[in-house]
Design a protein around this ligand. Structure first.
Ligand code: GLY
Ligand code: MN
Ligand code: MN
Length: 454
């Protein structure tokens, strides 16, 4: 993995120092999990190239998240990390003999000294580098055909996965440094995207500007950017990339993040093209989002943050004259879920929706979502080191509005106001927060501020 070409980012020396402590922590917690679940060692696959149907090409390679916790190597299929407690981890590095494609060079970076790196030209070579008896080995990754003869491997043991995922929520200082850098890259992309919106570009132009400013290809991003002009902002994961510029330019909702060393940023901003009622609503939502951010600290139950977001949204809707009822009645009648039909945030890290959001403890089952809030992805009590997104929204979604119009909520919503705002789509403002004992560090706002600095 190339460390991005940006001087403000952690130096290779800093990364080397932080990575050493990170890897020790990963080794320690993995050893504990293996022991708790009765395994001797762990084998993690980087992932496979998947062929396209009736073609000799493949889908773009996507590395497996459990592999990335060990190494930032994100672009080499069919590698394995093999970990035996109390020994340095080994990287079985796939280097085929090939003249169609260039085999990846053996990595040499801030993290490589911590591994014993074993080049393997094929799967047989990898198998030969592993213990003969795999009957106490846990394996994480796809069950691909090549494993057929590897007798005894325990494939993706659910209990072990719970132990590993649970602890992944607390980030090491190395991971926090990577998440800060991912936010710097993402903020840089957002600034460029906003400039193209202001200049009148298409959705496609905005995406290209984002990618160029981040220095990343689409497949290197943690998720496909959501770039929605005007009423498209009401589609939560809008995925079209129109080349044409729409006849009128009213609003942009852009949800896009970058990746650094395998760690994701997840950032949304909403812009109005002109001052007016939609711009005012964005200002109100920004204040609401900042109010929620200010309440985040270790010990807070995330379900309560989500419910608080709905209470604040109810007050905002009433205040902005979008309701004919009180804020309390809007909550009691589930009017706010028409306007905010997704969770207020989720864990972030190696995956944009990181694993382990529901666990009470590895061996103690899951924590239920609040009733009537089925899309919340995080129900845990926050701990120092968690990284979460804070992403309240307010959307004018035709299908949800139609459902509300057809039931008892019809009389609670001021429909004339909705009609005038529908052409703007919706608003989401999303920052990434690193939780501390007393509050949180807003990785995204700090990144935007740093990008603004002279
Ligand atoms: N970008 C997807 C999300 O915000 O959850
Ligand atoms: Mn998100
Ligand atoms: Mn997002």
């Amino acid at each position: 993995m190339a460390v991005p070409h940006l001087q403000e980012f952690p130096s290779a020396d800093t990364l080397e120092h932080l990575f050493a402590a990170h890897l020790s922590a990963v080794c320690r917690r993995t050893a504990t999990a293996l022991e708790a679940c009765g395994y001797r060692d762990l084998l993690v696959h980087s992932g496979s190239l998947r062929p396209l149907f009736q073609d000799d090409r493949t889908h773009p390679f996507e590395v497996n998240a459990p592999f990335k916790v060990w190494t930032p190597l994100s672009d080499v299929p069919d590698c394995f990390v093999h970990f035996v407690p109390d020994r340095p981890p080994r990287l079985l590095f796939h280097r085929p003999t090939d003249y169609w494609y260039k085999p990846a060079p053996l990595p040499q970076a801030y993290w490589t000294d911590r591994f014993e790196i074993v080049p393997c030209s094929d799967l047989q070579g990898a198998r030969a580098a592993l213990p003969e008896d795999l009957s106490h080995t846990a394996y994480l990754g796809e069950d691909f055909g090549g494993l057929a003869g590897w007798a005894g491997l325990a494939l993706n043991p659910p209990r072990l996965i719970r132990h590993l995922d649970y602890h992944r929520a607390v980030k090491t200082p190395y991971e926090l440094a990577c998440l800060r850098a991912a936010n710097r890259l993402g903020a840089r992309g957002h600034r460029a995207a906003a400039r193209v919106f202001t200049a009148g570009g298409s959705t496609f132009d905005i995406e290209l500007a984002f990618l160029a400013a981040c220095g990343q290809r689409e497949q290197e991003l943690p998720y496909n950017p959501i770039i929605a002009l005007n009423e498209n902002g009401a589609v939560l994961h809008y995925q079209m990339l129109e080349r044409e510029v729409p006849p009128a330019r009213r609003s942009l909702l852009i949800d896009a993040g970058a990746e650094f060393a395998g760690y994701a940023s997840d950032i949304t901003r909403t812009y109005a093209h002109e001052t007016g009622e939609f711009a005012d609503l964005i200002g109100r939502m920004d204040t609401l989002q900042q109010t929620l951010c200010a309440q985040v600290k270790a010990g807070i139950d995330w379900r309560e943050v989500h419910l608080r977001a709905h209470r604040l949204l109810a007050a905002l809707l009433a205040d902005a004259d979008l309701l004919t009822c009180s804020a309390e009645e809007a909550i009691d009648s589930q009017v706010t879920t028409v306007f905010l039909p997704h969770g207020v945030g989720h864990l972030l890290g190696l995956q944009v929706h990181d694993a382990g959001g529901f666990m009470r403890a590895p061996e103690e089952g899951d924590i239920e979502r609040p009733e009537s809030h089925p899309y919340l992805r995080l129900t845990r009590v926050l701990e120092p080191g968690f990284v979460v997104t804070m992403e309240p929204g307010l959307y004018f979604i035709d299908t949800l509005l139609a459902a509300a119009r057809a039931d008892r909520r019809r009389r609670l919503i001021r429909w004339s106001r909705i009609e005038s705002l529908r052409p703007y789509g919706g608003i989401r403002i999303e920052d990434d927060l690193a939780v501390t004992a007393t509050g949180c560090e807003n990785l995204t706002r700090e990144a935007f501020n740093a990008e603004n600095a002279p």
